[in-house]
Design a protein. Structure first.
Length: 280
């Protein structure tokens, strides 16, 4: 077993920058792998969110990524790594239990519960997205409060091609609307930044050369607001979102996601049926 905790340059998989007063920028730092998310990256990302949330000098958090693409999703080449190789955050445990029990526990910890933690960070978060954002990459964006994307950004949930019904953190109907979410999943096709903005998934689309400046500009405007009021506004909107049934829907899709994995194991001997990533 090899736990990959650094990129090819020997740097952490996630880094924190402080580009302006009151603003922290968390950067996915695995560009050579298109920021594919192994467990080490996800736990480093959680540590970064926690550090920024507890930093009294930080009012707004940007989530960005190095390289041409924001994220290619989960690292499907990761093998034999368990949450217990890191500082486990939840209490579900039994990660090595046989059958569906172990897989359920692992994915609940590293995908569902971690992403939910980031969604509820009590400070405004902004996703800064360029290039391709695929499946597990969508989860990171969905956890953020606001999204600014470059004009070359494109989004895809290809989990149907993998024999699974959606990502573990399933916010698609709320972020894209019911019919667009169905199109996204049923076709496993691509949605451009411009089309995603029309659905309300993205707040602003800007030229790639202006992405960092535009995101930092919005973050700085927000960072100048009263911080307690910002926290309460986020709490209020998230509560309204949850009152729409989001937690129940999230629980249902996660169970269905696990059923798909179990079906694939019985039919194909693998938790997914094929591995196919489509390019825009």
């Amino acid at each position: 077993m090899t736990v990959i905790k650094t990129n090819e340059a020997g740097e952490p998989l996630v880094k924190i920058e402080h580009p302006a007063a009151g603003v922290a920028r968390i950067v996915l730092n695995r560009a050579e792998k298109r920021n594919a998310q192994n467990f080490a990256m996800l736990y480093q990302l959680d540590a970064a969110f926690t550090e920024c949330a507890r930093d009294e000098e930080v009012a707004v958090i940007i989530l960005a990524a190095d390289g041409p693409d924001f994220s290619s999703g989960h690292d499907l080449k990761q093998r034999d790594v368990q949450p217990t190789d890191f500082d486990v955050l939840g209490n579900w445990a039994d990660f090595t239990a046989p059958g569906a029990e172990g897989r359920y526990a692992v994915e609940k910890e590293v995908y569902l519960d971690l992403t939910e933690r980031w969604r509820n960070v009590p400070k405004p978060t902004i996703a800064q997205v360029q290039g391709r954002c695929i499946s597990g990459g969508l989860m990171l964006v969905m956890a953020c409060d606001l999204v600014i994307a470059s004009d070359n950004a494109a989004f895809c949930d290809n989990t149907i091609d993998l024999g699974v019904c959606g990502t573990e953190f399933f916010n698609h109907p709320y972020d894209f609307g019911i019919r667009k979410a169905k199109e996204l999943l049923f076709t496993a096709g691509w949605i451009s930044a411009q089309e995603a903005a029309a659905t309300g998934f993205i707040n602003r689309v800007v030229p790639l050369a202006e992405l960092e400046t535009a995101t930092l500009g919005m973050a700085s405007v927000i960072a100048a607001k009263p911080r307690f009021a910002l926290k309460m506004a986020k709490e209020a909107i998230n509560a309204a979102h949850d009152a729409m049934g989001r937690p129940q829907a999230m629980s249902t899709i996660f169970a269905l996601h696990q059923l798909c994995h179990s079906h694939n194991m019985q039919v194909y001997g693998l938790p997914i049926s094929t591995i196919e990533i489509k390019k825009p």
